[in-house]
Design a protein around this ligand. Structure first.
Ligand code: ARG
Length: 588
């Protein structure tokens, strides 16, 4: 199905043409003055110069051509030359009927579906997920679902941090505790244990301990660097132990990501492409891209037009160790070989801005990717507390993501129990579901690059621009539909009617923009557009609901028309939140 604004523009273009003007002037947009009209066209103003005519004269002539139009029920030419428009109710109804009958409510499949790899999550082994990881998981997961919904093929990769000094610190920490493990015996040639010898809690204890010690004890730091090097070189014992660290970490990460309804197709890490590194280094040297500078191997990524300093991209340190850069670049090489993607999207903290500029430039310059591969980076802002500073626990520590989820669930449970008849078990289950919406919507309704304040009380409120409000609206519609069925009505057979009131028309108009909104959210990689749409839709529905007595309406045709409109509203809202990452319960 064509997009609403395109349909309106087509009609307007024909009127311009019929009046003797260029059809291209007939571009229709949303109204700047919703108090006066629903849509507007400024083409007469634009055409005035070209046709040496007063804009109001052009507007009048075009308006005359639209008398009797089914698309517009009102066309007003107003000084100095605007065309103020109202959409025809019958025409609007027909659009909704088409939406009902088409898959995805009239969203057209992309001409050429893309293959997209999305790199999000970015968790680090042996370290618990913290509040910062919330954003990557929620934004990345949603962008993945949006693009899938639209019709692209999307592969999500966790790209775990399991490569640099952080791995060395864990390995050397384990060695301190368990020097007798076969992993550390260079003469050992047998098989390594299959079962993990440590738990995630132990790893989470070892890492900070080891990191702290390395900062004050240079000898220890040297050992950690050596362990890093051995792991990176793939020395048998260190590599095997590193894999075990990965496994134990992934198992625990899955638990927390599951609670966020987030998963990955690939649980690859920075270390996954270890064997590609020598080949990539050779390729960069052979191609004349990489050169030695102060002992290190670097690629220049400066461009003439740069106004800021752009340091070279370091591929190998002077001791031969590879870096965060190196693994990201080799991962690009790997992704190109395995998936041949049209686009690679990264979702990370916005402080990695310069870093990704370097990596992308380096990948392009060295032709690791062809010119037709779109490299996109989405940098997200910080989650702050009510004091405007980075979110912390009450005693000033880093907030673990699982505790943040738990706190949100508890608060939601309290609110649900307050005034609602529900068994404890049902309330717990509902609270989990609504809490997820509170968290995700609280995050996604902000533009990704902006910092936001994590305000538990506001996020879990049933009123305002919040996840629970959206769910509450869906639950309200579900309950009306259930009651209609109890009255003996059949919602599936209900037929849409022409809108009777302004509120009903406003709801229909918002619905009719679904396909354009979803397409825009996908191309702009902007989940917040879906939030804005669904919030407006919920408001439109509630306005309509408050002034319409639906279930007590005696005219059955009218009642059925509203029921059909409610069903469509519910279905559109449900698809919208599903791509955001959450779903509505039946009751709340
Ligand atoms: N592990 C990294 C960190 O904690 C984030 C990884 C982001 N993704 C990437 N391809 N570099 O900062």
């Amino acid at each position: 199905m064509k997009k609403l604004l395109d349909l309106l523009t087509q009609e307007m273009g024909q009127a311009f043409e019929a009046a003797g003007y260029d059809a291209a002037l007939g571009k229709v947009g949303l109204s700047n003055r919703p108090d006066l009209c629903e849509f507007q066209c400024n083409g007469a103003m634009a055409g005035a110069k070209q046709y040496h005519k007063a804009p109001i004269m052009i507007a009048n002539e075009v308006a005359a051509k639209l008398s009797g139009s089914k698309v517009f029920e009102e066309v007003q030419a107003v000084a100095p030359g605007f065309l103020n428009l109202k959409i025809g109710k019958e025409f609007l109804k027909d659009i909704l009927v088409t939406m009902e009958s088409e898959p995805k409510f009239g969203l057209e499949a992309p001409e050429k579906p893309k293959k997209i790899v999305i790199d999000y999550g970015g968790a680090n082994v042996a370290k618990p997920l913290h509040v910062g990881h919330l954003r990557s998981a929620v934004i990345g997961g949603s962008i993945k679902r949006i693009n899938r919904y639209v019709g692209h093929e999307v592969i999500g990769d966790a790209h775990l941090g399991d490569w640099g000094l952080q791995m060395g610190l864990v390995l050397v920490g384990l060695k301190e505790r368990y020097p007798d493990w076969v992993y550390f015996d260079e003469s050992y040639t047998g098989e390594y244990p299959k079962e993990a010898l440590f738990t995630i809690s132990e790893l989470e204890e070892i890492y900070p301990e080891s990191s702290k010690r390395s900062k004050v004890d240079p000898e220890y730091k040297a050992k950690a660097m050596e362990a890093t090097y051995k792991f990176q070189q793939g020395e048998r014992g260190y590599w095997a132990l590193g894999q075990m660290v990965r496994e134990v970490s992934i198992k625990d990460l899955k638990r927390v990501y599951n609670a966020l309804n987030t998963g990955f197709e690939l649980w690859n890490g920075e270390s996954t492409i270890k064997d590609l590194i020598p080949e990539m280094v050779q390729y960069m040297k052979d191609g004349g891209y990489a050169y030695i500078s102060e002992g290190a191997l670097v690629v220049d990524v400066k461009e003439e037009t740069d106004t800021k300093e752009m340091p070279p991209c370091m591929i190998l340190k002077s001791d031969g160790a590879s870096l965060y850069n190196t693994t990201d670049l080799a991962t690009i090489m790997d992704r190109v070989r395995n998936f041949d993607p049209d686009q690679i999207i990264y979702v990370t903290d916005k402080r990695q801005d310069l870093y990704f500029q370097q990596v992308f430039r380096c990948a392009r310059k060295t032709k690791l990717v062809g010119p037709d591969v779109d490299l996109k980076w989405i940098g997200f802002g910080t989650v702050n507390g009510n004091d405007g500073k980075p979110f912390k626990t009450r005693d000033g520590g880093v907030m673990r993501l699982e505790n943040l989820i738990k706190d949100t669930q508890d608060e939601m449970y309290r609110k649900i129990r307050e005034g609602r008849e529900m068994s404890e078990e049902e309330a717990r289950k509902t609270a989990e579901q609504v809490a997820l919406a509170a968290l995700m919507y609280g995050d996604l309704s902000n533009q990704a690059s902006k910092d936001y304040i994590f305000d538990l009380d506001r996020f879990t409120s049933f009123e305002g621009d919040t996840g629970p409000y959206i769910l509450y609206t869906i639950v309200r519609i579900k309950s009306i539909l259930t009651k209609y069925a109890e009255q003996g009505g059949n919602a599936d057979a209900a037929k849409l009617q022409v809108a009777q009131s302004d509120a009903e028309k406003a709801l229909a108009m918002q619905l009719s923009q679904f396909n354009a909104m979803m397409e825009g959210a996908a191309t702009e990689l902007a989940p917040q557009r879906i939030c804005a749409f669904v919030y407006e839709l919920a408001n439109d529905f509630n306005r309509f609901y408050h002034e319409t007595k639906i279930l007590t309406e005696e005219d059955e045709v009218k009642k059925a028309g509203w029921i059909a409109l409610l069903s469509l509203t519910k279905n559109v809202m449900e698809d919208s939140i599903k791509v955001l990452g959450f779903e509505a319960p039946d009751k709340m």
